[in-house]
Design a protein around this ligand. Structure first.
Ligand code: PEP
Ligand code: MN
Length: 337
């Protein structure tokens, strides 16, 4: 971190800044120019509050030399973080596909979906028991009953279960049933939820907020990492743009950037990323080609009858086609599905 003082800032202001840095246990490197003084901060910058320094009269600007996120950065942890949960493996050479319905609707629906996605090559089952719906009168999920069905589907198939945690009040219940806690796009900056979920020690699938920058996304992951939990799966699920031909714009360029700046695995969600089943297979191919560690895809026994997100859900035949089409792409870049 570099602090640039205003032209003509006095000794009093410079010393005040130095004092704040030293109080945080860090060292300074002073550079006194003809016109202005520049203060370099040496040490763990997470211990200084940039806003507190910005508030000192005489401070012109603060520049970050290294990223604001620390534990999430590759500088901090050069090797990929690898997450292995039964057959699900992320961050290594394998490309893993998580699939299942948007919402758990019934026993028949879930078990049918679970058996078929497993048969076709999925290595984890997704399904929401708590659904973040825009309309309060829409189906909100089966809550604990849905979690019980997910546990039954895991028993029947051996697939680990990924399910969304929406509120810290449900944390014990959801953590009891889930193998991976999903934090949805709408909660990416629910910092209390991030901290509490991090403390469970369970792997966390963190979806990118629909209007979050890359830095905000990684700072959200930093909240979980700061709890001592490094089992984080990042997920690009599309962002809001001016476009309206698709539900969201799947920002796939974030994948190679994240692979460069962070050690955490990243997967893509072409279902929410497009909102259209006809775009799910092409965008899945693209996601694997740019280096995603996996996919999370919505699959329903009968998308036309789905209670949630039918238009973006694949049927079993389409999901089989997806699995078939991503295999050669993974192979070309030296990976396997
Ligand atoms: C979901 O995965 O069903 C979901 C609600 O996703 P998102 O939080 O990305 O909208
Ligand atoms: Mn959905």
């Amino acid at each position: 971190m570099i602090i640039v003082m205003q032209k003509g800032a006095g000794e009093r202001e410079i010393n005040l800044v130095i004092e704040k840095i030293k109080t945080a246990g860090l060292d300074v490197h002073l550079s006194r120019g003809e016109e202005r003084t520049i203060i370099g901060v040496i040490g763990d910058k997470t211990r200084v509050d940039a806003d507190e320094i910005r508030a000192v009269a005489g401070v012109e600007k603060i520049m970050h030399v290294t990223a604001a996120y620390k534990r999430a950065s590759r500088d901090f942890h050069p090797d990929n973080t690898v997450i292995n949960i039964g057959p699900l493996s992320l961050g290594g050479n394998k490309v893993s596909v998580i699939a299942g319905p948007c919402a758990v609707e019934s026993r028949d629906q879930l078990l049918d979906a679970a058996r078929n996605v497993k048969r076709l090559g999925a290595v984890a089952l997704r399904g929401g028991a708590f659904k973040p719906r825009t309309n309060p009168y829409s189906f909100q999920g089966l809550a604990e009953k849905g979690l019980e069905l997910l546990a039954e589907a895991r028993e029947a198939t051996g697939l680990p279960v990924v399910t969304e945690l929406m509120s810290e009040k449900d944390i014990e219940m959801v953590a009891k049933y889930a193998d991976v806690l999903q934090i949805g796009a709408r909660n990416m900056q629910n910092f209390i939820l991030l901290k509490d979920a991090g403390q469970t020690g369970k792997p966390i699938l963190l979806k990118r907020g629909m209007s979050s920058t890359l830095e905000e996304f990684l700072l959200a992951a930093e909240y979980i990492l700061a709890q001592g939990n490094s089992q984080i799966i990042l997920c690009e699920r599309g962002i809001r743009t001016f476009e309206d031909y698709a539900r969201n714009t799947l920002a796939l360029s974030v994948v190679p950037v994240i692979k460069k700046v962070s050690h955490l695995p990243i997967i893509a969600d072409p279902s929410h990323g497009t909102g259209r089943s006809d775009l799910v297979i092409p965008m899945s191919r693209a996601a694997i080609a740019v280096g995603a560690d996996g996919l999370i895809v919505e699959v329903h026994p009968n998308p036309e009858k789905a209670l949630v997100d039918g238009p973006q859900s694949l049927n079993f035949e389409q999901f089989g086609e997806l699995m078939k089409e991503i295999k050669p792409i993974a192979k070309v870049i030296g990976r396997e599905v």
